[in-house]
Design a protein around this ligand. Sequence first.
Ligand code: FAD
Length: 492
Amino acid sequence: MKRIAIIGGGISGLSAAYYLEEQRRQGAALEYILFESSPRLGGSLLTQHADGCLIEAGPDSFLTEKPWAAELCHELGIAGQLIGSNDADRKTYILVKGRLVPIPDGLMFMVPTKILPVVISPLFSLRAKFRMAQEWFHPPRPAGTDETVAALVERHYGPEMVDRLADPLLSGVYGGEASGLSVRAVLPRFAEMEAKHGSLGRGMLAARKRMASSKAPARPLFTSLKDGMEQLVEAILGRLPREALRTGTTVREIRRESPRTRAPAPQDDSWSVMWDNGGAEKFDAVILATPAPMAGALLAPVQAELGAELSGIAYSSSVTVTLGYERAGLRLPPGFGFLVPRSEGKRMLACTFVHNKFPHRAPNDRALIRCFLGGARDEEILGWSDQQIEAAVRKELREILWLTAQPLFCRVYKWTGAMAQYGVGHLERLERIERLRQQLPGLALAGNGYRGIGVPDCVRSGKDAAAQAAGLQAAVTAVTPAKNLLPQQPAR
Ligand SMILES: Cc1cc2nc3c(=O)[nH]c(=O)nc-3n(C[C@H](O)[C@H](O)[C@H](O)COP(=O)(O)OP(=O)(O)OC[C@H]3O[C@@H](n4cnc5c(N)ncnc54)[C@H](O)[C@@H]3O)c2cc1C
């Protein structure tokens, strides 16, 4: 009987547990234990309710384009609960000099593909529009070494595009800055388009033509679950035996026992897992599904170089604030919400009009507003009290939306070190990690620190890790950049 430890009970670890459970039910000779330090499972998937409204403390949806989370929902029998975003109302604004300016039609993740809407939009200065026109003639550039997203975007469109679009779009996804994130890890398609077409605009149009000719039916950009993202957690938990779940248990140390120290010599190496109250157990395989720095800390005594590589993956923190209002008398703009460039000098990074973005989130007479703060440049806010954060958010909502009404409720959620930042050289780091991991039989890694931060990527990472740990297939996480590693939230 193969024994597998899963450390971390967020969506990555839970997905690993689900796929192991499926193998077990189909007759595979394995058992597993999932260790989670918090009393609850689900990690940053947390759904709560207030005054008839559904509040997402963490992710509110996932990109429809990435199939793994929806596939899991089908397998769990909750596909009927999947809902799409109200794309007919999709409109996102950027705060420019204190005013909300709609992102013009035809901008595909900051790449202009239609001339007129961009030319007449007040979002960009004349100088930036001139750069966009010139970009059309950008010569192909051979794919070289990695660089920041800011460097690539600035080369094509100038600094204003970095400030007004690249930074706000990426801070909404990674809580990071365009100047700190790797283009090859975060926007590999941009690097490919530049190498092939030169101009990103021409590259994007070619991609759009291919998509149009595929005749696939139009799907909503975002998918969620009717009763909230935690419904996915509950459906997984419904399939797992209770005795396999050890909540409130922090793993403090893992040790690898080499065959030489064991008699009689086993076929495989084994692992000891030790947790906080002095408990310890032996396993044949370990899936580390924690944020990468925690995986690094646990692995450092086992393999120092691997520990250091994992600990080198940076994370930022995030704060979400959800406020509910009486809808009557409120004058909010239509659309999904707005993004705030750093140059506007606000604490808020983004704001979603939840009642417009998804059905089933708020009764008709309520407005639900969710704001994002924190990120790589504002770790300080984690030290603020909930009251201070609420006051700061309400002040900025007053300045931006003239929203002076008293909220019916306000909920603040702090997510410390939850968002992985794929820095320049991330893919090369992953290659080194994979090489070192392969030297430790029975070790698998899952989580948002590696090949995608979104919920679907985490589900896929858990599934791959389960297959690796169970020895069902060779290293599934091959070291090639995922083609569809696009940010999951182009518009909050
Ligand atoms: C505010 C916010 C909004 C987001 N919005 C979206 C979105 O809209 N769409 C989207 O696709 N993605 C979104 N994301 C990203 C996505 O939700 C996360 O990347 C994903 O949920 C991470 O899952 P995980 O299981 O890898 O990690 P986590 O959820 O962080 O889970 C890791 C778990 O490991 C446990 N752990 C750590 N150390 C130990 C230890 N030593 N022993 C035992 N347990 C341990 C932790 O307690 C935690 O529960 C968002 C993230 C945040 C924070």
